[in-house]
Design a protein around this ligand. Sequence first.
Ligand code: R1P
Ligand code: URA
Length: 341
Amino acid sequence: MNDNDCKFPGNVDPDLPLTAEGVTYHVACSSKCLADRLILVGDPGRVKMVGTYLDRDSIVYEASHREINVLTGTYHGVPVTVLSTGMGTDNIEIVMNEIHILKEYDVQRGRWRSRVGDGAPADPLETPFDPSKVRLIRVGTCGTPSDEVQIGCLALTRYVVGMDNTCQYYDAPAVNQTADVKEVLAKVQATSLGKVQVYATKATPAITQGLVDACMDLNRKAGASEQQPYYVGTTCSGSGFYGCQGRSVGRFHGHLTVPLLTEELGNLRFNVSEGEERVANIEMESSALCYLSNLLGYQAGTVCVVAARRSRTNRAFATPQQVAEGLSNAITVALETLIKE
Ligand code: R1P
Ligand code: URA
């Protein structure tokens, strides 16, 4: 399937656009083709690459619409879907809504599925849905404002800061009321980012820990010269790559509202339950991924390869080979975390 525009309208509700077969408007997929465990990548071309890590001949579904490529197969026998979001939290908002529809809207019955804990479902034949079964791990690339983080390192997300405004349209999830998330938000708001509306939240702790464990496992099996560095910290998501991440290019120089964004984020120290936490990386999707997943009760987290080192010392951009090597390890640790019981 290459273009599902022609199949619409199937459902008469303009706020829930689905074909008669239950295919969503942007994610070209129906419920039966979408696994509970998902890898999300920004780059559409990365979907096929992740597919090569799945079990041989296990791919049962593949489709493409706009920048969203989707592929479903198995990893060590466990169903996994790989899906590209394109760049930015606005795309994540679309993909998260459509994953939610595909997971929890019952097309046959024409209503939302009941959830575990909601009480007995209206239809005794219906199995209530457990939202915590949905696991989403983003595998991406990023920059770092930190002088502790090197090119090629894997940045593992614990807390998240949204420098975008996507989630300002949604109520805050419960985790945002914790002292830890409030501490992260207050410290960021005290920088020049106070001029733009920022928000904060947290990745699912089990996913963050799973990624750490998987990195340690990978390194135990690797030789001394092949150790994969990793760093756990806060991820800041921008709504763009240049000015929104403090890059002032050409004639834009002198016209940024947060020109010292990298320095200010690099200097932050958060006092959270886990200890002193720093900003690990800057990218463009994790804020909305974690915030919306927290609202839905889904589990989410991110592993990103550091492609740009933007601290004052040793400033550098990764070579394609460094990115490819980091991505290979990031894909492995994400898949291992995804299938863990
Ligand atoms: C910018 O170059 C893109 O790369 C990063 C950013 O988040 C943004 O999407 O992630 P991906 O490599 O997953 O696209
Ligand atoms: N992706 C980003 O969003 N920022 C960087 O600096 C590098 C990759």
